[in-house]
Design a protein around this ligand. Structure first.
Ligand code: UGA
Length: 443
């Protein structure tokens, strides 16, 4: 099939390359010339495992090309819309500027019978408004939300847990047939399809991210109670996670969620519910957001407590800047936020990350960045592990202990082997585990 993918950021670039991998003839379109030039050269402008190889393969077949010219959308049967929907400055709601600009630019290129398939995360009601805007083109509008995780983006696109189709009232079967053809190989692998109306499809995406955010904040709320009660949140998570109704995944307590999706999506969801008069239904998400933000301050407090009440002038090694491992994304990164707070409180912070130094420097040029863990920890008064990269999990606490000024480690992601660090003479502190010391002594 011939198809267009409009917006070649994380979602769009991965979707375009994956669709070419499935055998389709794909043109990826974006207004950002530098991004398009990079992608056309097989170089994604962000780090995603496997994407350079997938791009190379797809570009070599001739089935994938990139363009800044919307006229190249002409002749496609399907036009995916995968542009960003960031948070509006100074408000909770989503900024739909890029969605509207993409639709306005696409409209003159559409032929009757084309399918416009939205993938961006949008406030419920957006798809129907777009359908009204495009009514005189004769194109159909469907919403086909995406659930990919950064770091697993290709796998999640080619082998998703489910496909969700929000279908237009006037021709659901026609739109469904087109989407079934797009995803024929994925469906043949056994991926379930949930076909529904436009509004439900839009809400599925908001609800999924709200649930995930709530699950993380739930365990982080338990971490706060564990801290007050002298209990251990990691053991608590293991124990409740054995209940299949609860499940252990997404119950990792620590610095909480960040990134370009969960924080802005729950805020946009609250804002939209407010517009619809259903704000009470989502007031709990405000609490979810607040619990999440408190974790960042708590990590700073832990550092201050460990350093006898002040970080002023103390040398602190920050290991991890990305919002999660296997990503160079620092959008709303809890790690970068903690590093910046410590620097603002007068600490001499040296930051390291395996992938995210340049994006972090771009966002916070005033922080100091170093290329190796050894450079970060040399003579440090405290080491903070804020993103759970394998490189940090595998650090040798004995060797590292030789280089620091004081053996104090704060595990912001509950990702280190606390026993090994303690055995190497480190004072180990983690979020939600005040009994760590006593439990280990008793063992
Ligand atoms: C998230 C969702 O997981 C995807 O399903 C969704 O498609 C995507 O947003 C999106 O809307 O596009 P992503 O932002 O890539 O994906 O990252 P996650 O793996 O969900 O992690 C989000 C944050 O939660 C990270 O900062 C991570 O460190 C944190 N997290 C995750 C925890 O603090 N604890 C956990 O147990 C799990």
């Amino acid at each position: 099939m011939r198809m267009t993918v409009i917006g070649c950021g994380y979602l769009g670039a991965v979707h375009a390359a994956s669709m070419a991998q499935l055998g389709h003839d794909v043109v990826g379109i974006d207004v950002d010339e530098a991004k398009i030039a990079a992608l056309a050269g097989g170089l994604p402008p962000f780090f995603e495992p496997g994407l350079p190889e997938l791009l190379d393969r797809a570009l070599a077949t001739g089935r994938l090309r990139f363009s800044t010219d919307m006229a190249d959308a002409r002749g496609s049967a399907v036009h995916f819309v995968a542009v960003g929907t960031p948070q509006q400055p100074g408000a909770l709601a989503a900024d739909l500027t890029y969605v509207h600009a993409a639709i306005d630019a696409l409209a003159p290129m559409l032929e009757p019978g084309d399918l416009v398939a939205g993938k961006s995360t949008v406030p419920v009601g957006t798809a129907r408004a777009i359908a009204a805007r495009l009514a005189d083109t004769g194109a159909l509008v469907a919403w086909n939300p995406e659930f990919l995780r950064e770091g697993f983006a290709i796998q999640d696109t080619l082998h998703p847990d489910r496909l969700v189709y929000g279908l237009p009232d006037e021709a659901p079967d026609v739109a469904r047939a087109v989407l079934d053809e797009v995803y024929a190989a994925t469906i043949a692998d056994g991926t379930p399809v949930v076909a529904t109306d436009l509004e439900t499809a839009e809400l599925v995406k908001s609800a999924a991210n709200a649930f995930l955010a709530t699950k993380i904040s739930f365990i982080n709320a338990m971490a706060e109670v564990c801290e007050a009660a002298g209990a251990d949140v990691t053991q608590l998570a293991d124990a409740i996670g054995h209940d299949a109704r609860i499940g252990r995944r997404f119950l990792n307590a620590g610095l909480g969620f960040g990134g370009g999706c969960l924080p802005k999506d729950i805020r946009a969801f609250m804002a939209r519910a407010g517009e619809l008069g259903a704000d009470q239904a989502l007031t709990f998400l405000r609490e979810v957001d607040q619990i999440n933000m408190r974790r960042r301050s708590r990590a700073v407090d832990l550092a201050r407590e460990a350093l006898d009440g002040s970080v002023l002038g103390r040398k602190i090694a920050v290991l991890g800047l990305a919002f999660k491992p296997d990503s160079d994304d620092v959008r709303d990164s809890p790690a970068l936020n903690v590093a910046a707070q410590l620097a603002l409180q007068g600490a001499a912070v040296l930051c390291h990350d395996p992938r995210a130094i340049e994006p972090a420097r771009h966002r916070f040029p005033e922080l100091a960045y170093v290329e190796t863990v050894a450079d970060a920890v040399r003579d440090a008064d405290a080491v903070l592990v804020l993103t759970e990269w394998d490189e940090y999990r595998e650090l040798d606490p004995v060797a590292l202990g030789q280089d620091v000024a004081q053996r104090i480690v704060i595990d912001g992601r509950n990702c280190l082997d606390s026993g090994a660090w303690r055995a190497a003479g480190w004072r180990y502190r983690a979020l939600g585990r005040p009994r760590e010391a006593r439990a280990l002594q008793a063992a």
